[in-house]
Design a protein around this ligand. Structure first.
Ligand code: ZN
Length: 383
């Protein structure tokens, strides 16, 4: 083959961009370098959800809630070398130590050149996308939080996260309760508060008008073990919300919060990872338990501890050569967390088992038949 023809054949590969979306991160020490970490650090950009503020000791006041998370800003030093260029701040821990801790987090990220989205000193700042240029491709990152402790949502004059309020109503199964006294035989209906739906749709629409690719971090869903057994892992509000955001122009929705994996689905040309699991999860100091409601302390069963160690990356491959800079494919790459809470690549059998399970979840069943899985990675071809 003449040299020029060979170059032409190779050109599309060289043109591709690789953006990696990880699950939730809570970093409290040096992350162990592993083949997986080395691999993601070569991506054009890594987007992660920073679960909790990075602030110095004594900053702010703890909220009255069951679990409080924070880390020291010095642990953020290593993020750029892991490839992390953008983080989501829209989560149910970002305001655990109040506005002062959020301000310090933003300052710490700015000082390190890490872009952020999903929280800010007011609502406009929280909803503002982080825009980056990756070898000529303009990418907008947004992030929203549906898991909202009281007062965590940014408003006109109040710092906080970019919130989407969700309403819940409860339908008890009375006959089941009589037959099974002591059980919580309930169906939980949930839907997004309509004014918030309009706001979030507009934010995504605007971003998709301005940028080539729109990636949205979603903090949503239900923590492992907290859904009624009759409902599976996905709350009712999630799919309709995903439909709206996909319709508004989101290319990828990458989900977190549940600390366990949940399915992947495709809505037209948008890929949705409902829950990617934890990515880096270093043990946190125990926090005083809230006095109410009267939880009995129940030891976490082994299966649950195991599930919290599973996760998957989403890798977006973007074709720079094509006009419109299109999303070419999205790869689903399973991993597990080791005893230190750092991510490691599992065996091919392990990864295939995770992919098989992901494909089996109700919301992803359609895609399960359409993705190609090979060597422990699944590929969703988009064009
Ligand atoms: Zn969370």
């Amino acid at each position: 083959m003449p040299q020029s023809a060979m170059e032409n054949t190779l050109q599309p590969m060289r043109e591709d961009l690789r953006i990696v979306m990880t699950g939730d991160i809570h970093v409290r020490r040096t992350v162990e370098v592993s083949p997986l970490i080395t691999d993601i650090s070569t991506a054009d950009c890594v987007f992660a959800n920073l679960e909790g503020p990075a602030c110095e000791k004594g900053t702010g006041y703890p909220s009255d809630k069951t679990v409080l998370l924070k880390t020291d800003p010095r642990w953020l030093d290593q993020l750029p070398s892991l490839g992390v260029r953008v983080v989501s701040l829209a989560n149910n821990h970002m305001m655990d130590y109040g506005p002062a801790a959020l301000e310090q987090t933003i300052r710490a990220l700015d000082e390190r050149g890490i872009r952020h989205t999903g929280a800010g000193l007011d609502e406009a700042a929280a909803f503002r996308p982080a825009r980056i240029q990756c070898r000529g491709v303009d990418i907008a990152f947004l992030s929203f939080c549906c898991t909202l402790p009281p007062n965590y949502r940014a408003t006109d004059g109040r710092p906080g996260v970019a919130g989407i309020r969700v309403r819940s109503s409860f339908e008890p199964d009375l006959s089941r309760m009589e037959e099974e006294p002591g059980s919580a035989s309930l169906y939980v209906h949930t839907d997004v508060f309509p004014p918030d739906l309009g706001k979030v749709r507009e934010a995504v629409r605007r971003a998709s008008r301005d940028a080539d690719i729109v990636i949205v971090g979603m903090h949503w869903g239900v923590s492992l073990g907290w859904t009624p057994v009759v409902q599976g892992q996905t709350a009712d509000y999630q799919r309709p919300l995903a439909d709206v955001l996909a319709g508004a122009g989101a290319d990828i929705l990458c989900g977190g919060h549940a600390h366990a994996i949940n399915g992947v689905c495709r809505i037209e040309n948008c890929v949705v990872g409902y829950s990617q699991g934890n990515f880096i999860w270093h043990p946190h100091a125990s926090t005083p338990a809230r006095l109410t409601p009267p939880y009995k302390s129940v030891e976490e069963p082994d299966w649950k501890r195991q599930r919290k160690r599973e996760g998957y990356l989403l890798e977006a491959i973007i074709d720079r050569a094509r006009t419109g800079r299109t999303l070419k494919e999205v790869r689903v790459v399973p991993y597990f967390l080791d005893d230190r809470g750092d991510p490691q690549r599992g065996s091919i059998e392990y990864s295939e088992e995770i992919l098989g399970r992901l494909a089996g979840y109700a919301e992803s069943s359609k895609i399960g038949k359409r993705w190609n899985s090979e060597n422990g990675k699944a590929t969703i071809q988009l064009c």
